[in-house]
Design a protein around this ligand. Structure first.
Ligand code: GDP
Ligand code: MG
Length: 442
């Protein structure tokens, strides 16, 4: 996997300053291979890797990560962004039924998807209706009817004297029928061809014009790999669409098609279909797809762990400074509070310090909102006041409380608490142990 390859390319060194050109090149090479192996189209790979290199050059090296991890982190963020960032939700019509039209090649999975989507909508309290507009294949209408029955959703199909042979007419009548019978979502299944075909595009475009869908979804088989781009572009030009649905993600395709299509068309991938069962369907998750494309799940876990460990190290350093007493200032105090907030739990960090176990209960009861207040108060102080809180007299307290939107009493409490903490720490540092604490080493 990419994780393995990158791990062997780099030793676990921590970088300094900026990423070196050699680091960037070596990592970019591995990422390029990984993207090509995932069947991402070559022009997309080139553009993407180029953009990554550029961003990597401008990046400060974090103390937490080695160069390879740093670049993978960038790659992951960019992948997620191109794949749509947050999952894009369906847009529903404000009045009348929401019309969703499916388009795509034959075998892409449209008819299957129509029923899956209907079931998914039904589970969310919608009352969908399916419209069978694939009049090309002899069995297509029946296939939709069978699927509709499986998910308990009605299917509008052409009958003699009711638009037979004319998919545009069927689509129009289907939407009218949904309106009449108060179904709130209409899903239009359309015909596909094995290859891109002008007549099929023309028909789909006419259905689009006639029904004015709220969403046109381009359905594409994730297994088609390199061909995905040409197909996606042809449909964009021939029919136009608002979002993409990837099917057959249960296969072993790494999902490069998702990146190629999203990057070339700028359209978000909205849903993923991953199996033959009607419930094998979900919103598309850009982050999951990003790690599938790069095959770097383990690397991302490592990165997360490294960052967490680094935060903990920093917190411990701050805590050591605290116990060192001496030049401990309100600025340190604030930095500490912010670090604590980042790690989530005061008691966890303080618990790491020898002799602090006693205070567990008190610390556990510490109100996180207190930190907001403390932060506001300290930020309203001048640098001189932070370094030497002794100078904070009555009029300064009034000014600080006004500036921080707190009461003078809050400022008093904070200053008192700071001096208490400092005194306690100084005593500890002198080796006297905690006051009144038996068993502390002297
Ligand atoms: P259409 O021609 O676009 O309407 O495609 P169909 O819905 O008829 O699907 C074509 C074939 O792909 C059928 O055999 C489906 O069972 C199968 N299929 C559709 N979606 C998926 C999927 O997510 N995973 C798998 N494994 N097969 C699928
Ligand atoms: Mg079909």
């Amino acid at each position: 996997t990419l994780s393995d390859r990158l791990a062997s390319t780099f030793k676990n060194l921590r970088g300094k300053g900026r990423l070196s050109e050699a680091d960037i090149d070596a990592t970019a090479r591995e990422i390029r291979i990984a993207l090509l192996e995932a069947d991402v189209a070559l022009p997309v790979v080139k553009e993407f890797v180029g953009a990554i290199k550029e961003r990597a050059r401008g990046e400060e090296v974090s103390g937490a990560l080695n160069p390879a991890q740093q670049i993978v982190k960038i790659v992951n963020e960019e992948l997620v962004a191109i794949l749509g960032g947050e999952t894009r939700r369906l847009r529903y019509a404000k009045t009348g039924p929401t019309v969703i039209m499916l388009a795509g090649l034959q075998g892409a999975g449209k008819t299957t998807l129509a029923a899956k989507l209907a079931l998914w909508l039904k589970e969310q309290g919608k009352t969908p209706m399916l419209v069978a507009c694939d009049l090309q294949r002899p069995n297509a209408v029946n296939q939709l009817q069978v699927n509709g029955e499986r998910v308990g959703v009605p299917v509008f199909a052409p009958e003699p004297g009711n638009g037979v042979g004319n998919p545009v007419e069927v689509a129009k009548q289907g939407v009218a029928e949904a309106k009449r019978t108060l179904h709130d979502v209409v899903i239009i299944d359309t015909a596909g061809r094995l290859g891109i075909d002008a007549e099929m595009m023309g028909q789909a475009r006419m259905i689009r014009t006639a029904t004015q869908p709220d969403e046109v979804l381009f359905v594409v088989d994730a297994m088609i790999g390199q061909d995905a781009v040409n197909t996606a572009l042809a449909f964009q030009e021939g029919v136009g669409y608002d979002g993409v649905v990837l099917t057959k993600l249960d296969g072993d395709a790494r999902g490069g098609a998702a990146l190629s299509i999203a990057s070339i068309t700028g359209k978000p991938v909205m849903f993923a279909s991953n199996g033959e069962k009607m419930t094998d369907f979900d919103l598309f998750h850009p982050d999951r797809m990003a790690s599938r494309i790069l095959d770097m799940g383990d690397m991302l876990t490592l990165i997360e762990q490294a960052e967490k460990a680094f935060d903990q190290e920093e917190a411990l350093k701050a805590a050591e400074k605290l116990t060192g007493g001496g030049d401990f200032t309100l600025t340190d105090f604030l930095a500490q509070m912010q670090q604590i907030r980042k790690l989530g739990s005061l008691s966890k960090i303080m618990g790491m310090l020898p002799g602090m176990g006693q205070f567990r209960e008190q610390l556990d009861n510490f109100d996180e909102r207190e930190i907001d207040k403390i932060q506001a108060i300290i930020q309203s102080m001048t640098p001189a006041e932070r370094d030497n809180p002794k100078i904070i007299d009555g009029s300064r307290r009034l000014r600080i409380s006004k500036g921080s939107g707190t009461q003078v009493n809050d400022v008093n409490t904070l200053v008192d608490r700071f001096f208490d903490a400092k005194k306690m720490m100084q005593q500890m540092a002198k080796g006297g142990g905690m006051p009144g604490m038996p068993g502390m080493p002297g």
